[in-house]
Design a protein around this ligand. Structure first.
Ligand code: 9C2
Ligand code: ZN
Length: 415
């Protein structure tokens, strides 16, 4: 069979939305009602779909790992080009997720391949694999995030006008940056913030929050709100400085996407997204987190580039291999491991997708319909939360029998 149902696994990180308010919980429970009973007091943060050993996706019919099935016939399930390019005959090159975000995630960056190999060799407990993790977020709902450092001029302005920022950074580093707002001095400022003593951070953060309440216009009102909101989630945290003051704050509407290369700082703040990444779980964390922080590695590994938010967005492109009554939008970032295709029916109808030369995973995020592979007489019920594997080359027909929207997101790798 070249198209079949699979089951991913939820992750209950503390920042996830609670119980059935989380799309992750609803999708996971709908796709695997026998094993996932929603607990309304538990956060459901991420739904993983892929072959990463931490949460392996299972073939619904057999209850066995997808990677085991792939290993039995790698050419059929990955395709020879993907095997040759990525060197595995049982693992998917990408990891695909749904995220439902209630509280800010850790401020973080991900390693490139070289650093991932070093980190995994020296500290496998915190760096569970040796792969890089470039990633793309496609907004399902309104979505808010930190992405990349603010322009140097903006950081200079904040150091000049927000006394608590200058106080934390210290006189010399502040002066040096103001005199010469360079990459090197940005690294220095970031290092000063990240390596400050916790008691001192808490003291200065308390004053910063107070100032944001009393003089919001000094920050720009939106930033003052953000500081107060995130201070409620993580009181007096260093993230108020290294995140709110140093990183771009961006808002995406449903259908907008952003792509993050390795070694770029970011944190997701709120909303539901599809997230696709190279198959890795390597995270180097800085703030807003109870998890392990690795300040020295983080400071030494970032690129310190200051790209405008607009340049980090990944605009959708047409998908000429799709036809019929659905609208297709392709998010194809400059990376080999993955692309994401958004497929949307507004009304009843049929649509066709030609074969893709690599493996795919597709999830239904809204509505019901059919997923057909007509050469093999396969016709699967498609429902909200349903997840399916599509082998290389398989043509797929989608059917929306109702007049309600039917929406799917397909991640794939084509070498
Ligand atoms: O799973 C993040 C989740 O590591 N988002 O954040 O729980 O480690 O703080 P925490 C990861 C997610 O795929 C991601 O990279 N930017
Ligand atoms: Zn990330």
């Amino acid at each position: 069979m070249s198209v079949f149902r699979v089951v991913g696994g939820p992750q209950n990180y503390a920042w996830g939305k609670l119980g059935s308010s989380s799309a992750v919980a609803r999708y996971a429970a709908a796709n695997d009602p026998e094993h996932v009973k929603i607990d309304e007091n538990t956060p459901y943060a991420e739904l993983w779909m892929g072959t990463h050993p931490k949460v392996p996706t299972i073939v619904y019919e057999t209850g066995k790992p997808l990677s085991e099935l792939i290993a039995q016939n790698p050419s059929k399930y990955l395709g020879d080009k993907v095997i040759a390019k990525f060197g595995s005959s049982k693992e998917l090159p990408f990891l695909y997720k749904v995220l439902s975000i209630k509280k800010v995630l850790s401020i973080q960056a991900h390693p490139d391949k070289k650093l991932a190999q070093q980190l995994h060799a020296s500290d496998p407990e915190h760096y569970p694999d040796d792969n890089h993790k470039p990633e793309m977020a496609v907004a399902i709902t309104d979505f808010e995030a930190f992405c990349g450092f603010k322009p140097l001029a903006a950081i200079k302005h904040e150091l000049e006008t927000i006394p608590e920022f200058a106080e934390l950074v210290g006189e010399k580093a502040t002066k040096d940056f103001i005199a010469n707002p360079s990459k090197e001095n940005l690294k220095n400022v970031f290092h000063r913030v990240m390596s400050s003593d916790e008691t001192f951070i808490a003291e200065v953060a308390t004053k910063l929050v107070k100032r944001s309440v009393e003089e919001p216009s000094l920050f720009g009102n939106e930033l003052a709100d953000l500081i107060q909101r995130l201070n409620e989630q993580f009181p007096k945290d260093v993230g108020l400085f290294c995140g709110c003051l140093m990183l771009n704050h961006c808002n995406l509407k449903s259908g907008e996407a952003m792509f993050l290369q390795a070694r770029e700082p970011h944190a997701y703040i709120s909303g539901d997204i599809m997230e696709c990444m190279a198959a890795s779980d390597n995270v180097i964390r800085a703030g807003f987190t109870p998890k392990f922080k690795d300040v020295e590695v983080l400071v030494s590994s970032l690129t310190y580039s200051t790209n405008p938010v607009e340049e980090q967005k990944q605009p959708p492109a047409p998908f000429p291999r799709g036809s019929g009554d659905a609208k297709f939008a392709l998010y194809d970032p400059p990376i080999d491991e993955f692309s994401v295709l958004h497929i949307k029916f507004d009304n009843a109808g049929k649509a066709q997708m030609k074969g893709i030369d690599g493996p795919s995973i597709v999830i239904v995020t809204e509505g019901t319909g059919k997923l057909n592979q007509n050469d093999e007489n396969i016709s699967l019920d498609a429902f909200e939360g349903g997840v399916y594997f599509i082998a290389p080359g398989a043509e797929v027909e989608l059917v929306n029998e109702s007049s309600k929207p039917f929406i799917l997101y397909r991640a794939f790798c084509e070498a």
